[in-house]
Design a protein around this ligand. Structure first.
Ligand SMILES: Nc1nc2c(c(=O)[nH]1)N[C@H]1C(S)=C(S)[C@@H](COP(=O)(O)OP(=O)(O)OC[C@H]3O[C@@H](n4cnc5c(=O)[nH]c(N)nc54)[C@H](O)[C@@H]3O)O[C@H]1N2
Ligand SMILES: Nc1nc2c(c(=O)[nH]1)N[C@H]1C(S)=C(S)[C@@H](COP(=O)(O)OP(=O)(O)OC[C@H]3O[C@@H](n4cnc5c(=O)[nH]c(N)nc54)[C@H](O)[C@@H]3O)O[C@H]1N2
Ligand code: SF4
Ligand SMILES: [Mo]
Length: 727
């Protein structure tokens, strides 16, 4: 809704209802105040109950981003060497013509699969976000990009166990008696959930955090259980062992709404609390108490963060965690169960954006996680890559194996197009750089992966310079490639928004585009949170309709849910997966690889920073004040053993590379575990590389999830010349 406040005053002030576009579970409803065409304030929408009028430290200063002098405002062509950031301004017509000409040349010379889109979640809006370029690249015949950066393994495991259900309504968490926050730093990454947890705690609930780091969230909880990274599966399996062997199961719920209980009973016998204690570093008594309290304090709820999937056995960890609520009957009451990504509640019409039917069966698929290897030839491809188009993503910071990626992006025979708001590390390697709008300059409609409200983003200001929304970019490219013979490629934003949801689905009853524009948001048509217990009587979204301890989908092998790999049907599926949950230990650990652990004894984890969203905002001064420079947290024991003090420049290294960071000696991280928050740019780093250099490119067990947390390193003072001289 656009409401004119002072129609006759000389200054024209409007308030416009918008939506935060960031890749964040909170999807806050925003109110933008615009004076004479200039946005002067961005605030939270007080009407929206979940986000309750507050934004966060990232987006409170959104105007600093929108009006930042470094915004890319015009199309540009590279004039200096790749990576130099030297560009000349060109017109949109010239830019589009050049992209179309080069794509056509690459297609004729090497085949269309030599072109690959690279994108992720710079904006989460349905029309400008994850899938905005899919139809274009599918029609072109380009390589299909598999995008499994975030929660893909978790989603596969969740789907195998309980199906694509929304799970617990976050607003119902106030009713929970036991809240288990597992690998999620709510106070930084899901701020608006905290008041619900705090209210439950006030009403007597116990809040437990499982995390190698004593985060702010852990400090605010009733109990913090530090755990060795990547061993969460051992704890979850041992909890099931205790619950089953001590008779703490909800037998009636198990009998009616689960499959494979007898097999599970047999399976968990090997996972004793004593064994799990040795694996996780958690005392036996703590494991026993956790299992008993989780089972008996009903309703109990588990909130899983992304970090649980980020090691060799991440998928099976989520399998085990998704089994637990049915075992104890947690689903019976509002607030009980598991909260993963409630996005499954939204009937988004993904197909209207992906158009997977345009993919020729057998088209090459490349996971973006392996982009460095794909560009350097290390990953064998049937059609090597000769052109890239990057939008909504900054792969040089967020993908592993940074050294390879730099080498690949530097190739003179690679044609790279980047659509960006800023001169990111990746944008510096563009041949053609195209200006992208921010959320205030574009229209969009949002689902959420953290609550059950649809949110509308009305544009509040004109695009700055010649920036365009991603939708318009792809309309222009489609026309230049001659795709405008098909109405799919000429749809206006209004038409795209009309197709965003299956409006006839029960969850959308009573919600229209008009009502959303007017009010800014709407709760899905679901029972109120006080009454919302979606699996009180089973009704899981699995083939059996039950929680599948023995998964029927496992026989089909590992899979990636279509959201992360559109048109996924004709790929893999590979070996059948063990249908029962089990423990897969981390790869980079003393038990699995003693030789590696002797050389690199410290775990490196890379959680989200407080002030950036992934690498977004990392170039904005006010955010840098909170978060800069890139810092490595080292436990006092580990620091003392290496002569490291706070403020020292250290070198973190392993066989994949070496990164210079500022040390902070900090007892909040466990002995043996170092922490470097993800997001800092290479161009800002002490030694032109960031932690992604150290992360492995191997996938987890399910859903081709990344294994960021499955990383061993050694750390030494940078002044020590023998440290980090590695390949
Ligand atoms: N401020 C801020 N908010 C964000 C983002 C951001 O960049 N900044 N990014 C957004 C995105 S894209 C996402 S996916 C979410 C993610 O948000 P979260 O799910 O909270 O994920 P992380 O911050 O990666 O990790 C959460 C916690 O897991 C711990 N951890 C790491 N490894 C392990 C492990 O092996 N086991 C256990 N038990 N814990 C472990 C970390 O110490 C950290 O405290 O946040 C979103 N919100
Ligand atoms: N080591 C390590 N790596 C990680 C993670 C980790 O925990 N550790 N987390 C992973 C996770 S969970 C995620 S979700 C990914 C995130 O990976 P990305 O989604 O790539 O996240 P960002 O780094 O924020 O990059 C988004 C870029 O899109 C641009 N952008 C924003 N809006 C628009 C727009 O409307 N149009 C265009 N064209 N561009 C726009 C922004 O300026 C920004 O540069 O990173 C993954 N990488
Ligand atoms: S980043 Fe998340 S918490 Fe912050 S304003 Fe956006 S949606 Fe809200
Ligand atoms: Mo993410």
């Amino acid at each position: 809704m656009t409401q004119l406040i002072e129609p006759t005053a000389p200054t024209r002030e409007l308030t416009v209802l918008g939506a935060c576009p960031q890749d964040c579970p909170d999807t806050c409803a925003m109110v933008v105040t615009v004076r004479d065409g200039v946005a002067v304030e961005v605030a939270g929408n007080k009407e929206q109950p979940y986000t309750n009028g507050g934004l966060c430290v990232k987006v409170d200063n959104y105007l600093d981003k929108v009006y930042h002098p470094d915004r890319i405002l015009h199309p540009m062509r590279r004039v200096g060497p790749k990576g130099s950031g030297e560009f000349e301004r060109i017109s949109w017509d010239d830019a589009i013509a050049e992209v179309a000409r080069r794509f056509t040349e690459v297609k004729e010379e090497h085949g269309a699969e030599a072109i690959m889109p690279v994108s992720y979640l710079g904006t989460q809006g349905i029309i400008n976000g994850l899938n905005v370029g899919d139809a274009f690249f599918n029609r072109l015949g380009a390589t299909v990009a598999e995008r499994t950066y975030c929660d893909a393994g978790s989603c596969t495991a969740y789907a195998m166990t309980i199906g694509d259900t929304a799970g617990v309504d976050p607003e119902a968490l106030v009713h929970a008696r036991f809240i288990l926050i597992w690998a999620a730093n709510i106070m930084s990454t899901n701020l608006h959930l905290w008041p619900y947890i705090a209210e439950a705690k006030r009403r007597g609930a116990k809040v437990v955090v499982v995390d190698p780091v004593r985060t702010k969230t852990a400090r605010l909880a009733s109990q913090h259980i530090p755990i060795r990274p990547g061993t969460d599966g051992a704890l979850a399996m041992a909890m099931m062992h205790v619950i089953i062997n001590e008779g703490l199961t909800d037998d009636d719920y198990v009998a009616n709404h689960t499959v494979g209980y007898d097999e599970l009973v047999e399976r968990v016998q090997q996972y004793t609390p004593e064994w799990a204690s040795a694996e996780t570093g958690i005392p036996v008594e703590t494991i026993l108490t956790l299992a008993r309290e989780y089972a008996t304090a009903q309703p109990s709820v588990i909130r899983i963060g992304v970090a649980v999937e980020r090691h060799a056995g991440g998928g099976q960890t989520v399998r085990a965690l998704s089994c637990l609520p049915a075992l104890v009957g947690a689903w019976r009451n509002p607030g009980g169960g598991i909260l993963q990504l409630p996005l499954w509640a939204f009937p988004v019409n993904w197909g209207a954006f992906m158009h997977p039917e345009l993919i020729t069966p057998g088209t090459q698929v490349v996971n973006q996680y392996l982009l460095g290897q794909a560009l350097t030839g290390e990953l064998e491809l049937s059609t090597p890559l000769h052109a890239l188009m990057v939008y909504n993503s900054n792969p040089l910071v967020v993908a592993p194996d940074q050294a390879k990626m730099v080498e690949g992006l530097s190739r003179d025979d690679l044609f790279t197009v980047v659509s960006e708001q800023f001169m990111t590390d990746t944008a510096r390697y563009a041949d053609i750089l195209l200006p992208a709008t921010t959320q205030l300059e574009q229209e969009d409609i949002m689902f959420s992966w953290g609550h059950l409200y649809v949110t509308y983003n009305n544009p509040s200001i004109e695009p700055r310079g010649e920036a365009v929304p991603n939708t318009e970019l792809f309309r222009r490219l489609s026309a230049a490639m001659g795709f405008d013979d098909d109405p799919i490629f000429t749809r206006t934003d209004e038409q795209l928004i009309a197709e965003a949801f299956d409006w006839s689905a029960p969850a959308m009853q009573g919600i229209t585009v008009e009502s959303l524009k007017e009010k800014g948001f709407s709760r899905l048509n679901l029972p109120p949170s006080d009454e919302y217990a979606p699996h009180r009587d089973g009704g899981f979204h699995t083939p059996s309709g039950k929680t599948e301890f023995v998964s029927s989908a496992a026989a089909g092998g590992n899979f990636v849910v279509p959201l992360f790999r559109q048109g996924s049907n004709d790929h893999q599926p590979g070996q059948p997966v063990d249908p029962l949950p089990h423990y897969i230990p981390p790869r980079e650990a003393a038990a699995a690889d003693p030789e590696l652990a002797a050389r690199y004894p410290l775990n490196l984890i890379s959680p989200k920073s407080h002030a950036f969203i992934n690498s977004s905002f990392a170039n904005i001064e006010i955010h840098q004040k909170v978060q800069k420079p890139a810092t490595l947290l080292v436990n006092p024991e580990d620091a003392a053993a290496r002569g490291i003090t706070t403020g020292a420049v250290v070198r973190a290294y392993n066989d994949r590379g070496s990164v210079e960071l500022l040390a902070k000696v900090d007892a909040s991280t466990m002995p043996g575990v170092t922490v470097c928050h993800v997001g800092h740019w290479r161009s800002d780093a002490l030694g032109l590389s960031t932690l992604s250099q150290l992360n492995p490119t191997r996938f987890a067990d399910l859903g081709n999830a990344p294994t960021f947390s499955d990383t061993l390193i050694e750390v030494a003072l940078a002044a020590d010349p023998s440290a980090g001289e590695v390949g």
